[in-house]
Design a binder for this molecule. Sequence first.
Ligand SMILES: [Zn+2]
Length: 145
Amino acid sequence: MLSNRKEYNRDYREKHIDEERERNRKWYLEHKYRKNQKDKIRRMNIRKKAIQIVSKNNIPYCVGCGCDDIRLLEINHINGGGYKERVRKGAKLLYCNIISGERKIDDLDIRCKPCNSIHYLELKCGEKLPFNITWTKDRYSPNIS
Ligand SMILES: [Zn+2]
């Protein structure tokens, strides 16, 4: 009985595949904006969770300057190779592996974008460079809470 039902469903789908595609396409066009917004929020939450896991004491801040604005923070590869890993895996898989525990976090830390760039340049040059990043929270007032 169940196998007959499965066969019937499969046959029905094969016969009506064009209708189904058209229905899915219409649904996507009608709900595109809302779906994209939901996907964006989901991606941001995955990134935020991965950054919290890599952070010491689960409080995200830049180890270089102390910046604690989550929008500016990045996961830094202490020994380099972050670009290669991101290209090979994709950022989402890197975050998911960190969250699931598949990816060890010993060689990772959190830095803001400027500190991460300077860290990269220092790795390339092999010496400390004369830059000093200062995070002045009192002079910065974000509009987003
Ligand atoms: Zn920083």
